[in-house]
Design a protein around this ligand. Structure first.
Ligand SMILES: Cc1cc2nc3c(=O)[nH]c(=O)nc-3n(C[C@H](O)[C@H](O)[C@H](O)COP(=O)(O)OP(=O)(O)OC[C@H]3O[C@@H](n4cnc5c(N)ncnc54)[C@H](O)[C@@H]3O)c2cc1C
Length: 383
């Protein structure tokens, strides 16, 4: 497994729980890529019910499973979708119908009740709907998956970037990774190598001489030095800039923007994006305007490339598994796209394919298995 973000960690857990010998190599610390810098929303699916109903169905199903598997990394805040102008109000019917179709529990409540629950909300609230959004600690979730994988025999190598993927006679042979902690090269042989390198998946695929259509799509988030809301507040309209405020620990995080970038490294935080987040956020919670900014940061979604001209919002939030056997690298697979919320499902699909390749008949067990707590993750000596 190359990469220990939410995708790689969930796959390692699934494979190890089926008794498959698994090693994970990660260039930094676990969750040091996009996963550790995302908005931390455990999606109810509400955000996708109109535009991407398939993702909405996946989100609500995985939301419920993850609450059971890892309650210790989830804060059950709940979420509200609020309409604050005529345009939002015109979206209300489609939104409620989308929730019904996707199976996202949605309860419409009077605007004054919404304001009693969230006193910071603007007086302009015209409609409000409750959904089961929640807040995840993505770092702890990844460590929980990896700790559980370790308990089932997996080995995890943080600070060990993969430098080469050797393909011989049309089949993946081994990977070479640089163990930066012990200053040595590791040669890991495996019949199947999975590229779960997120926005760097294209670069890792190139090491094996194959291509993968990943389009990194960046987003800026602004964390305020104040927790202004207790529930996730979403604007009731098609996904756009600055339409979610997630309460995480002592902060409220406003997100996000969306534009295409070359890679997940050194993503700039354009000042106009920060201003836009504050402007849009203040339309929902007016106190946003006065709250001090704790941090502004950016991360890149590893989206499946399609229309290169778009800003990334038109690309699917779904995921795809690429089997590079057809590109002359049998045993090499890439996983691109998805969300932290749907990582378990992605892992199930990938692990089913791995089992097929290895001729192993083991059913997926991750729907029922509880995860170990994050602090059971065993670091190697030195990292
Ligand atoms: C702005 C923003 C907000 C988001 N908000 C949410 C949200 O609220 N809820 C949600 O569910 N999803 C959210 N997402 C989506 C979610 O964060 C991503 O889909 C998910 O984190 C991708 O995980 P990953 O494991 O595929 O990639 P990553 O987390 O990037 O993991 C890839 C890993 O591969 C490693 N790697 C790269 N190259 C190598 C190499 N050569 N050798 C070894 N390791 C390597 C990297 O260090 C990295 O740790 C958001 C995304 C963005 C950009």
């Amino acid at each position: 497994m190359i990469g220990a973000g939410s995708t790689g960690a969930a796959i390692a857990h699934d494979l190890a729980s089926r008794g498959i010998r698994t090693a994970v190599v990660e260039r930094g610390e676990p969750a040091s890529g996009t996963t550790g810098r995302n908005h931390a929303l455990l999606h109810s699916g509400g955000r996708y019910v109109v535009k991407d109903p398939e993702s909405a169905v996946e989100c609500i199903q995985e939301n419920l499973l993850l609450r059971r598997a890892a309650p210790g990394v989830i804060e059950e805040t709940g979420g509200l979708f609020v309409a604050i102008d005529d345009e939002d109000l015109a979206y209300r019917e489609a939104f409620l119908e989308g929730c019904r179709r996707a199976g996202v529990p949605a309860e419409e409540i009077p605007p004054d009740l919404a304001r009693r629950l969230e006193p910071g909300l603007t007086e302009s609230v015209r409609a409000a709907v409750r959904v089961p959004d929640a807040v995840i600690d993505p770092y702890r979730l990844v460590l929980s998956w990896l700790a559980t994988a370790q308990a089932n025999g997996a080995e995890v190598f943080p600070f060990t970037p993969v430098e080469a993927v050797e393909v011989r006679a049309g089949r993946v042979a081994h990977v070479v990774a640089h163990d930066l902690v012990h200053r040595r090269r590791l040669r890991l042989e495996a019949p199947v190598v999975i590229n779960a390198a997120g926005p760097w998946a294209g670069r890792v695929a190139a090491l094996a001489g194959v291509e993968v259509p990943v389009q990194p799509s960046a987003g800026v988030m602004v964390a305020l030095a104040a927790r202004l809301n207790q529930r996730v507040i979403n604007r009731m309209r098609p996904p756009g800039d600055g339409d979610i405020i997630v309460p995480q620990r002592a902060t409220s995080i406003i997100g996000t923007t969306s534009w295409n970038v070359e890679s997940g490294d050194r993503i700039p935080v354009p000042p106009d994006h920060v201003r836009r987040m504050i402007e849009e956020g203040a339309k929902l919670l007016p106190a946003v305007r006065e709250a001090p900014v704790l941090a502004a940061f950016a991360a890149a979604r590893p989206l499946v490339a399609g229309n290169k001209e778009s800003d990334g919002r038109e690309l699917s939030r779904g995921f795809q598994v690429f089997d590079h056997g057809r590109d002359g690298a049998e045993g090499f697979m890439s996983v691109v796209g998805g969300k932290t919320t749907t990582s378990r499902l992605m892992a199930e699909i990938v692990a089913d394919r791995v089992c097929e390749k290895l001729g192993v008949q083991q059913e997926c067990r991750t729907r029922e298995l509880a995860l170990l707590p994050f602090h059971r993750f065993r670091w190697r000596e030195g990292g």
